[in-house]
Design a binder for this molecule. Structure first.
Ligand code: NAP
Length: 243
C-alpha cells in the first residue's frame, strides 16, 4: 500500500527536499503550504520528476487552517502515515540579530506561533488520521540551537548565537516530541526530533555549508524508521543530539 506523507512548509527549502526524497521512495507527498500558488509550483516541479505530489492549504499558525487541512486530507485519503513538522521561522535572523534583552514579546510570540504551537496543533489535529496508519511516524524538524546542552557549551559553533526566541522555541518543540512519544508509545506511532544541520536555504542563508539534499536526509530517515526504530529521541546525521 502506498504510504502518504504530509510535510508542512514544503513549498521551498528543506521541506520541499524532504517531499522530494520521500517521493523518490514511492511515498505520496502532501505539500502543506500557506500559499497554494507557491505550493502548486513546487508540486509541479516534483511531478516533473515523476513524484506524486498534492497540495494542501495549511498555515500552521492558525488552528482553523490546521483543522481545515485535516478535513481536506481526510476527504482525499483514509489515513496519514508520515507527518513532518518542518514549517518554521527564525525572525531574529530575518529581522536582525538581537540580544535577549532587546527581544520584543511580539517576536517571541510570533516565533512560538509557528515553531511551537504550530507543530503541537498539527500533531493534535492529524492524530486521528495517523492512528489509522499501521506505522505512523512524526518528525519534528528542530535544531541543535534548541539543545540546552549545546547552548551551554562554550565549544559549540553556535555558542555566540543568543537568539532567545528561536532557540527556546526549538527547546520547547523537543519537549513536545518527548511528551507525544510517551503518550503514543503503545500505538506504534514514533515521534522524533531531527536537526538538519546548517543548511543553505532562505533561512540558513548562502553562508551555510550544507545542501538541502544533505539536510533532508536525517528527516527522511526518521520518517521511514522500521518498527524497531527509536521514538522520543533527537537526532542529526551523526546520531543522538544531547537535549
Ligand atoms: P525556509 O527556506 O525559510 O522555509 C521555511 C518554510 O516554512 C517555508 O515553506 C515557509 O513558507 C514555511 N512556513 C513558515 N511559517 C509557516 C506557517 N505558519 N505555516 C506554514 N508554513 C510556514 O527554511 P528552512 O531552512 O527550509 O527550514 C525548515 C525547517 O528546518 C525549519 O523548521 C527550521 O527551523 C529548520 N532548520 C533549518 C536550519 C537551516 O540551517 N536552514 C537549521 C536547523 C533547523 P513561506 O514560503 O510561505 O514563507
Amino acid at each position: 500500500m502506498q504510504k502518504i506523507a504530509l510535510i508542512t512548509g514544503s513549498n521551498k527549502g528543506i521541506g520541499l527536499e524532504v517531499a522530494r526524497q520521500l517521493g523518490q521512495r514511492g511515498i505520496k507527498a502532501l505539500l502543506g503550504v500557506r500559499d497554494t500558488t507557491k505550493g502548486e509550483t513546487a508540486a509541479n516541479a516534483l511531478r516533473a520528476q515523476s513524484i506524486e505530489a498534492e497540495v494542501i492549504a495549511l498555515d500552521t499558525a492558525s488552528e482553523a487552517s490546521v483543522a481545515a487541512a485535516v478535513a481536506e486530507t481526510a476527504s482525499r485519503h483514509e489515513r496519514l502515515d508520515i507527518l513532518v513538522n518542518n514549517a518554521g521561522v527564525h525572525l531574529e535572523f530575518s529581522q536582525g540579530l538581537m540580544a535577549p534583552s532587546q527581544l520584543t514579546l511580539d517576536i517571541l510570540k510570533a516565533t512560538y506561533e509557528t515553531n511551537v504551537f504550530g507543530p503541537f496543533l498539527t500533531i493534535r489535529h492529524f492524530l486521528p488520521l495517523l492512528r489509522k496508519s499501521e506505522a505512523g511516524r512524526i518528525v519534528n524538524v528542530s535544531s541543535t540551537m534548541g539543545s540546552l546542552a549545546d547552548q551551554s557549551n562554550r565549544e559549540s559553533a553556535y555558542y555566540g548565537l543568543t537568539t532567545l526566541a528561536y532557540n527556546s522555541s526549538k527547546t520547547a518543540l523537543n519537549a513536545i516530541t518527548v511528551q507525544f512519544a510517551k503518550e503514543l508509545a503503545a500505538t506504534g506511532i514514533k515521534v522524533n526530533s531531527a536537526c538538519p544541520g546548517w543548511v543553505k536555504t532562505d533561512m540558513g542563508s548562502d553562508a551555510a555549508p550544507r545542501t538541502v539534499e544533505q539536510g533532508a536526509q536525517v528527516i527522511v530517515r526518521l520518517a521511514t524508521l522500521p518498527a524497531d526504530g527509536p521514538t522520543g529521541g533527537f537526532f542529526d546525521e551523526n546520531g543522538v543530539v544531547p537535549w
